[in-house]
Design a protein around this ligand. Structure first.
Ligand code: AMP
Ligand code: GLY
Length: 430
C-alpha cells in the first residue's frame, strides 16, 4: 500500500517511523515532512520515505498529489487540515483517508461545540458557560471569583486559553478575546470554565465511529521551564504510562468519558474516525475533561508509538473501515520518555539554521529513537528550522531507566542555544 502522511512535526516523524515498520507499507510520502522523516526507510523493501514540498494546509495540491500517486491511505497528523475539511474532500474524490471529517473535527476546532456536547451528554467536565457577550461573560466570571480559564472558541495555535486567578484578570482576558479580538474570528465566542486544580494527564482513544479503544495514560509538560514555570508551549516532553491512575481507574475514567461521548456521536450523526485526545484534570472530585483534541498529541505520539506493538497500518486501516471492535491494542510493558530539545527563545522568537551535532551518537544508544520536528537539511548538514527541534525518546524497563536513557541521548546532541527541560517524568518518580 502507498501511504501519504500529512504534517512535519515530531508527531508525524513518529507516525512515519511506525508505519514504515509495517509489511503493508510499500511506499511512504510525507507532506511536507522534515529532515528526520526523509532518513526513514521501509522495512518491507528498504525504499526511502519521500518528503514532498506541499504544505499541510494546501488541500487542492495534497488532493492532486494523492490522486496522481494513487495513494491507498492518507494519514493526517495536525489539526488544521482536519478543521479545513481534508477528510471530506479526499473521501468525495474516492480516496481512503484516516482522520475525523470536518463535522467530527469540531471537537477540537470549536471549544463551544465541545463544551455544549459534554454538558448535553453528561461527560464529566468543569462548570462552564459559553458567551459572545462580554457583559454576560464577566457576570459568570464574577460568580467564579475570577478563578477560571477563558478560552477562545476556535483554533488559536495553542494560545487561545487564558488562565485567570482573580476578577480583574478574568475581565481583562474576556476583553482581550471578545472586544480587542486578539485571536480574530477564533475569538468571536468564548468558553469560561471554572479553574480546576489537580494533576493533568493526556488520554487518547482510537475511534471508528462505533468503537473507541483507549490507550494507556501519558503526561505532557506544557510549560517551557523546569518545575512547570515559564510560558505555555506545544509540549516540552512526555512519558507513558503515568503512575497517577491505576489500570482499574483508567478503565472507569475511560468509560465515564467514552460511553456518553459515543452515545452523543450516534445521536448527533457524527462519524468520528481518528484519535480522540481528551485533556484531563484529575481533581479531588474525579477526572474531568478540560478539552478535546481530534488528533494525536505532540509529543504524546512519540511515547505512545514507541510502546505500541500493533502494526500501525492495520490499526489505522481498521479505524477507517469501522473494524476496530475486532482489534486488540497491545502495548510494550516498558515505559517511554520523550524529551523535547527546542531552539533557544522558544516559545518566543528564536534563530534558525543552527547545525545539529551528535545525532548519530545519540541514535546508537540502546532503546533510543530521536524524532525530528523542526529540522531541515542544508548541504550535508541537519540544521534547526523550528521551535521544537527534536523529540529525544527512549524506552526503558521502567520510567526511571527510560528517563535516564532519554537524557543520556540528549547529552550527546548539541546545537547553538539548545533548550530542554531537565525534569521530564520527574513528577512520576519517587
Ligand atoms: P486547553 O487547550 O483547553 O487544554 O488548555 C490549555 C491548558 O490550560 C491546559 O493544558 C491546562 O493546563 C490549562 N487549563 C485549561 N482549562 C483549565 C481549567 N478549567 N482549569 C485549570 N487549568 C486549565
Ligand atoms: N501535547 C499537546 C498537544 O498535542 O496539544
Amino acid at each position: 500500500m502507498k501511504i501519504l502522511v500529512i504534517g512535519s512535526g515530531g508527531r508525524e516523524h513518529a507516525l512515519v517511523w511506525k508505519l514504515a515498520q509495517s509489511p503493508h507499507a510499500e511506499k511512504i510520502f510525507c507532506a511536507p515532512g522534515n529532515a528526520g522523516i526523509a532518513q526513514e526507510r521501509l522495512a518491507k523493501n528498504s525504499s526511502p520515505v519521500e518528503c514532498v514540498n506541499i504544505s499541510a494546509e494546501d488541500l487542492p495540491k495534497l488532493l492532486a498529489f494523492a490522486l496522481e500517486k494513487k495513494i491507498g491511505l492518507t494519514v493526517v497528523g495536525p489539526d488544521n487540515p482536519l478543521a479545513l475539511g481534508i477528510v471530506d474532500l479526499f473521501q468525495k474524490n474516492g480516496l481512503r483517508i484516516w482522520g475525523p471529517n470536518q463535522k467530527a473535527a469540531q471537537f477540537e476546532s470549536s471549544k463551544v461545540f465541545s463544551q455544549n456536547f459534554m454538558e448535553k451528554y453528561g461527560i464529566p467536565t468543569a462548570r462552564a458557560g459559553t458567551f459572545s457577550d462580554a457583559t454576560a461573560a464577566k457576570k459568570f466570571a464574577g460568580e467564579l471569583n475570577g478563578k477560571c480559564a477563558v478560552k477562545a472558541d476556535g483554533l488559536a495555535l495553542g494560545k487561545g486559553v487564558l488562565i485567570c486567578g482573580n476578577v480583574s484578570e478574568a475581565e481583562k482576558a474576556i476583553d482581550e478575546i471578545l472586544i480587542s479580538k486578539s485571536f480574530g474570528a477564533a475569538g468571536a465566542k468564548i468558553v469560561i470554565q471554572e479553574f480546576l486544580e489537580g494533576i493533568e494527564i493526556s488520554l487518547h482513544a482510537i475511534c471508528d465511529g462505533k468503537t473507541a479503544k483507549l490507550f494507556p495514560t501519558s503526561q505532557d509538560h506544557k510549560r517551557a521551564l523546569d518545575g512547570d514555570k515559564g510560558l505555555n508551549t506545544g509540549g516540552m516532553g512526555t512519558y507513558s504510562p503515568t503512575p497517577f491512575v491505576s489500570d482499574a481507574e483508567l478503565k472507569k475514567i475511560g468509560e465515564a468519558i467514552l460511553n456518553p461521548w459515543l452515545r452523543g456521536c450516534v445521536e448527533e450523526k457524527i462519524n468520528f474516525c481518528g484519535i480522540l485526545y481528551p485533556g484531563i484534570m484529575l481533581t479531588k472530585t474525579g477526572a474531568k475533561v478540560l478539552e478535546f483534541n481530534a488528533r494525536f498529541g505532540d509529543p504524546e505520539t512519540q511515547v505512545y508509538l514507541t510502546r505500541l506493538e500493533n502494526d500501525l497500518v492495520e490499526l489505522l486501516d481498521a479505524s477507517v473501515s469501522g473494524a476496530l471492535d475486532k482489534m486488540e491494542l497491545r502495548w510494550k510493558p516498558e515505559a517511554s520518555v520523550c524529551v523535547v530539545m527546542a531552539s533557544g527563545g522558544y516559545p518566543g522568537n528564536y534563530e534558525k539554521e543552527k547545525p545539529i551535532r551528535g545525532l548519530d551518537d545519540a541514535a546508537k544508544l540502546p532503546g533510543v529513537k530521536v524524532f525530528h520536528a523542526g529540522t531541515a537539511k542544508k548541504g550535508n548538514e541537519i540544521v534547526t528550522s523550528g521551535g521544537r527541534v527534536l523529540g529525544v525518546t527512549a524506552l526503558g524497563k521502567d520510567l526511571k531507566s527510560a528517563q535516564a536513557a532519554a537524557y543520556a541521548a540528549v547529552k550527546k546532541i548539541h546545537f547553538d542555544g539548545a533548550h530542554f527541560r531537565r525534569d521530564i517524568a520527574a513528577k512520576a518518580l519517587p
